[in-house]
Write a new protein. Structure first.
Length: 340
């Protein structure tokens, strides 16, 4: 089965022919507070993100009783079904697409059957949870898949699941599951490895503390960038905020992505701005001294000087050993019609 190279996620085009899709990922940076979550939606909207994304789970479903402390920590950050629905509707109200990662079966059922979401995001934590991924793939809705902790073999196996389900609207994000991710271990060239075995859009989910990795990923061909967003910093027993942009830094981040897109869009050389620069930056063949009429021209008569309105140095042999029809003053740009 061929995966689609270009398709729509939440109504927005993604793929080689389209601009980079930028996702503002709230994660659990709302800390279980609905009003804080709405602020994050506004942050994504005001920063000109293409999509707002959050996560949905029940701590008791996601974490077993053998990890009570972890279960307790996550329970403080979960949003109930009705709160997720409010966020879904709030996104509609302010006109930014809503995307959500279900972390358990109950969350998936709510998103799929109650909210009837248009697309799904699958988190890296579902690595080798092939039955759950198969359930999502069976909807045949567009899916964005993060691949933190994946081996190349894991990647091949998960792609096979989507092929078996004829679910051809899949985008795969390279990701390093660490908060924060160290540049030494980002392995950004894995983006190229994904492209070798997968036809669809490829992107990057960024868990670093700054912008550099995302910018490099775009230069490497990433067509989706996911970056965490936050209102609060320095929060105890939390890690998402460490890799998140805020009201100030997220708009700058988005602008940088758009600038990189412009920078790599065209392979033409020289570019339009350089064509204009030729007039002042290039040098023209110019008279080094006053040259009397009918003088046999030698190298001693000529010099290369700006501006570039005349003939470039590569044409100098045309003038050598010819004679000039008129007197030429020092500093005058030479014209071929004045020589024989």
């Amino acid at each position: 089965m061929k995966f689609k190279k270009n398709f729509k996620i939440c109504g927005l085009p993604v793929g080689e022919k389209n601009k980079v899709l930028i996702i503002g990922e709230a994660g659990v940076n709302h800390f279980g507070n609905l009003n804080e979550a709405k602020k994050l939606i506004k942050l994504a909207k005001n920063s000109k993100c293409d999509i707002f994304k959050t996560q949905h789970y029940s701590a008791n479903q996601l974490v077993g009783p053998s990890a009570k402390n972890w279960q307790r920590r996550l329970s403080k950050k979960e949003l109930k079904d009705y709160e997720i629905e409010k966020l879904f509707n709030f996104c509609k109200k302010i006109n930014i697409p809503f995307l959500c990662t279900p972390h358990d079966e109950k969350a998936f059922d709510f998103l799929n059957y109650e909210l009837k979401v248009k697309a799904f995001k699958i988190g890296s934590g579902e690595i080798q949870n092939w039955p759950f991924i198969d359930k999502i793939a069976s909807t045949k809705k567009p899916v964005i898949l993060s691949t933190g902790m994946y081996t190349l073999q894991d990647l091949k196996e998960v792609i096979k699941i989507f092929e078996m389900r004829s679910s051809n609207r899949l985008a795969i994000l390279h990701c390093v599951t660490a908060y924060p991710a160290n540049y030494r271990y980002l392995n950004l060239n894995f983006i190229q490895q994904i492209k070798k075995i997968f036809d669809g859009p490829v992107g990057y989910s960024d868990h670093t503390e700054d912008d550099g990795a995302s910018l490099a990923a775009v230069a490497l061909g990433a067509k989706i960038i996911e970056k965490h967003i936050t209102i609060k910093k320095n929060v105890k027993d939390a890690q998402d905020w460490k890799v998140s942009n805020d009201n100030y830094s997220m708009p700058i981040f988005v602008k940088k992505i758009r600038n990189i897109e412009m920078a790599i869009k065209n392979s033409k050389k020289p570019g339009i701005s350089e064509e204009k620069a030729k007039k002042w930056a290039m040098k023209s063949i110019t008279a080094k001294i006053d040259i009397n009429k009918n003088t046999k021209i030698t190298q001693n008569h000529l010099i290369l000087q700006r501006p570039g309105h005349g003939y470039p140095g590569k044409d100098i042999n045309f003038f050598l050993n010819k004679k000039n029809r008129i007197k030429i003053k020092k500093g005058q740009i030479l014209k071929k019609k004045n020589f024989y």
